[in-house]
Write a protein that binds this ligand. Structure first.
Ligand code: ATP
Length: 238
């Protein structure tokens, strides 16, 4: 579902700023139907990789295919749902109004749209009174739930979530984990990032660990948890 090979990306932020190499060599493959955890400490290159996968940034070199298409091609986006690390929302809308806005962008309307919104919210345990309140009053956990709910409205084949558990309390983490598991049972491939191994180890089939813009380990959850948790925690602490 995702093929990434020798991916490189450097940011050029301005004349007086040194170029910043964010990805020096990133290679990994995500098979169809799996839950794939992408872990690494702050600044490791997780969000940069995700922005390249979703076509928000352009690569410098290397190969990226999403559902067989380059991310710049509109076909790749038809297969993809994406929730960014810090979802940007029109904060004068209510959660439900925002869902309607995104649903219409996916070509839904009327009863099919309302049914899809009800399905997405209940999956995230977000079918509560607060969904009709304005987004500016939302906590981080409420925002994350709405961010993920909008990403699944189109029932994508591939769901990409940038740090979906960041800032969530234990109940929120459990809700997001259960939603990921339930979507995966329906055949959705899920790629999600976290800086915590504990967020990904219980539900991921495979994990890649990125440190300093490079993949330092890739494998099954057992490969990663048994062999490298000490190495990872050294990197996180560094
Ligand atoms: P975090 O967990 O903190 O979100 P991350 O693993 O997602 O980190 P990235 O956001 O991909 O890491 O950042 C990788 C590197 O690129 C970091 O050193 C970061 O400072 C740098 N970087 C990210 N965005 C930009 C930008 N727009 N301009 C310049 N440098 C950037």
């Amino acid at each position: 579902m995702i093929e990434v090979e020798n991916l490189q990306k450097t940011y050029h932020s301005g004349f007086f700023m040194r170029p910043k190499k964010a990805l020096t060599d990133v290679t990994f493959h995500v098979p169809k139907g799996v839950i794939y955890g992408f872990i690494g400490p702050n600044g490791a290159g997780k969000s940069t990789t995700i922005k390249l996968l979703t076509g928000l940034l352009r690569k410098d070199s290397g190969k990226i295919l999403v559902a067989g298409f380059e991310p710049s091609k509109v076909e790749s986006r038809k297969h993809l749902g994406y929730s960014p690390e810090q979802p940007y929302f029109y904060d004068y809308l209510t959660g439900r109004e925002l869902m309607r806005f995104y649903g219409r962008l996916c070509g839904l309307d009327g009863k099919p749209l309302e049914d899809r919104i009800t399905w997405a919210l209940s999956l995230l345990n977000a079918d509560k009174d607060w969904i009709d309140r304005r987004l500016r009053t939302y906590s981080k956990g409420m925002m994350q739930r709405v961010g993920i709910a909008q990403a699944i409205l189109s029932k994508p084949e591939l769901l990409i979530l940038d740090e979906p558990m960041s800032g969530l309390d234990p109940v929120g983490r459990k809700d997001v984990r259960e939603a990921i598991l339930s979507l995966n049972k329906e055949g959705v491939t899920v790629f999600y990032s976290s800086h915590l191994l504990s967020d990904v180890e219980t539900i991921s089939h495979r994990v890649a660990m990125v440190v300093g813009g490079k993949i330092v380990r890739e494998g099954t959850v057992d490969d990663i948890t048994l062999n490298t948790s000490a190495e990872y925690h050294v990197h996180v602490a560094a």
